[in-house]
Structure formats: structure tokens, C-alpha cells
Design a protein around this ligand. Structure first.
Ligand code: HEC
Length: 103
């Protein structure tokens, strides 16, 4: 009986861990973005760096392109982000600015 309970608990914890690992976290993405990314963009536009994502001739036209561009900027920064970090920032930028259809 006890063993069964322990197994069930372990299963539930595992499921939670997997969910945490796979669901992109836009709130965490915003933190990463505001810590590492916004300053350079702000310097470029001479003000609020998020204008870069809202301008009419913005470069990014799809979710895939968004991931690519984040990777490009990550590389030029030399951050060596994990794919989870990129996914979190993409989730944030998409939710706030790009609004590509959810996949
Ligand atoms: C050293 C400066 C610099 C840093 C730091 C930087 N970027 Fe960029 N970012 C750029 C430049 C340059 C462009 C291209 C702008 C253009 O071509 O008009 C750009 C463009 C972008 C775009 C596309 C905007 C559009 O037009 O749709 C996204 C998204 C983006 N950056 C995300 C990020 C993220 C996420 C980070 C943090 C990991 C980051 N950037 C850090 C310089 C930087």
C-alpha cells in the first residue's frame, strides 16, 4: 500500500517537472529580455527598445523567424542561451508584440 502511494507521488512530481521543462514561460522570458536584450535595442532606437518589435517594417514575420532572430542576437551577445531560454523569450515577445498564432 505505502509503496503504491510513493509511486503515485513520484509520478505526479515527474509530470510536473516535465511540464515545467516544456511549457515556455513568458514571465521568465520578460526577465531575461529586460536583463540582457533591451539596452542594446533602446540604444538603437534612441528610446524604448520595444519599439523595435512594433515598427512597421519590422523584420520578424513568423514564429520561426522570431526564434532565429533571438538566436542571432544571443550569438552576437555571446550569451550561449539554452533553447529553453530562447523559447521563453520568444513566448514573451510573441505574447506582447508579434502575436503570431499559437502553435
Ligand atoms: C548588441 C546589440 C543587440 C543586443 C544585445 C540584442 N539585439 Fe536584438 N537586434 C539587434 C539588431 C542590430 C537588430 C536588427 C535590427 C534591424 O535589422 O533593423 C535586432 C533585432 C532584433 C529582433 C527583430 C526585431 C524586428 O524587426 O522584428 C528581435 C526579436 C531581437 N532583436 C531580439 C533580441 C533578443 C531576444 C535579445 C537578447 C538575447 C537581443 N535581441 C539582443 C541588436 C541587438
Amino acid at each position: 500500500m505505502r509503496m503504491q502511494k510513493i509511486l503515485m507521488l513520484t509520478g505526479a512530481l515527474l509530470a510536473l517537472a516535465v511540464q515545467a521543462a516544456w511549457a515556455a514561460d513568458a514571465a521568465r522570458g520578460k526577465q531575461l529580455h529586460d536583463q540582457y536584450c533591451i539596452d542594446c535595442h533602446s540604444g538603437m532606437v534612441g528610446g524604448d527598445g520595444t519599439l523595435l518589435y512594433k515598427r512597421k517594417d519590422r523584420r520578424v514575420k513568423s514564429y520561426e523567424a522570431l526564434l532565429k532572430q533571438i538566436n542571432r542576437c544571443d550569438q552576437s551577445l555571446g550569451l550561449k542561451w539554452f533553447p529553453e531560454d530562447v523559447a521563453d523569450v520568444a513566448a514573451y515577445l510573441n505574447r506582447e508584440f508579434y502575436k503570431f498564432p499559437a502553435k
